[in-house]
Write a protein that binds this ligand. Sequence first.
Ligand code: GTP
Ligand code: MG
Length: 393
Amino acid sequence: MSTSIRKVVLVTYPDDFTQEEAKGLVNSADRKILRVFTQKYLNRSKYGMGAGKAEEISEFVKESGAEQVIVDEHLTSRQMYNLEKLVGVQAIDRERLILDIFRSRATTTEAKLQIELAEIKYEIPRVREGAKLTTGSERPGKGGSGEYVVDVKFRELKRRMSFIYEKLDDARKKRELYHHQREKDHLPVVSLVGYTSSGKTTLFNLLTEEHKITSSHLFTTLSTATRAFPLGGITTSASATATNNVLLTDTVGFISRLPTYMIDAFKSTLEESLTANVVLLLIDASEDMQSIRIKYMTCMQILEELKVDKSKILLIFTKYDKVGSEDAISQIADSLGVHERIAISAKTGYGMHKMKSSIGQRLNEMRTPQPQPPSSSTTTTGRSATTSHGQDK
Ligand SMILES: Nc1nc2c(ncn2[C@@H]2O[C@H](COP(=O)(O)OP(=O)(O)OP(=O)(O)O)[C@@H](O)[C@H]2O)c(=O)[nH]1
Ligand SMILES: [Mg+2]
């Protein structure tokens, strides 16, 4: 469905950040924006947008041959139905757009299951409303067994959901096994989290000498990868070795206004990050202050929702090569009200030593006193301790 649609109309809010992000999402979904319409409110009961704007868009769709109207907000089935009837082409909302991007990017079985789960969660509240709209009845038609079609559909979706939960649980158990192994090996885990496109995978590749796909498109990475990397001569109290390996985890990025059910659907992927000893929160410092602030707040909010311990979070300002001055980084940190001012560039390698020593320091601080087996200071060995849960795109 989504691959054949190219020319679209985007309806979003007037502020720069929201507009730019919405455009980025549409471009990442491989669609061409013919025109952007803005509205201060997208929660009007009939169409989301006001009736006058909806009429204007309808005119434009007819003139331009646009094939889809994308509304950058959550719409109910009724709003979508009304809008489609008026404009004469398909209307989709922000969540459907994100799901389309996820779907087109997912390559691993686990990522596909998570996306299907998110899609079912998106669909369930819409089943009854959708049936009402198309037939005018709450419970349209009876199937062969005498059951109402809506009930059959509900049951199917619920059954599929339980199946997916089971499969995702299997994947989680495998991960837990690996987690225990890792604990036995005393390899600390450092995870990379942050807004989509903040540079997580680029940094992951630099540190682990991997070649995972990076791009300026949103949601390039959809599943988790973990590799060992040497923290170098920097010592943590548990394993003062020459290489001092830790495990680094890369995962799916965050975005503003992400509904809870989508975060829930990706929880098993994100769990790897949640159990990390240190969580590196990457902030793209090359953007304007408004974007930096919104993205920082969004990430902190999602991490809180995921119940990540705040003391584990270490802020890293990325893309320093595009900023060029430590003073500018200090200003950003001040403006966010944060103490950390670690700036790096995964392109030039700037700031790597400072970042690694901050990780080492934080690992030491985070190490909770635990009964240690006699061999607690064993040397951790290199890249054999690696795992991957797949690569996307
Ligand atoms: N100039 C500059 N560009 C960077 C740097 N790090 C990453 N980028 C660019 O930023 C874009 C996004 O980088 P990714 O590493 O794919 O970002 P990500 O956080 O993994 O993104 P998702 O997987 O979509 O969540 C790419 O175009 C990178 O080339 C950096 O240090 N300097
Ligand atoms: Mg990535």
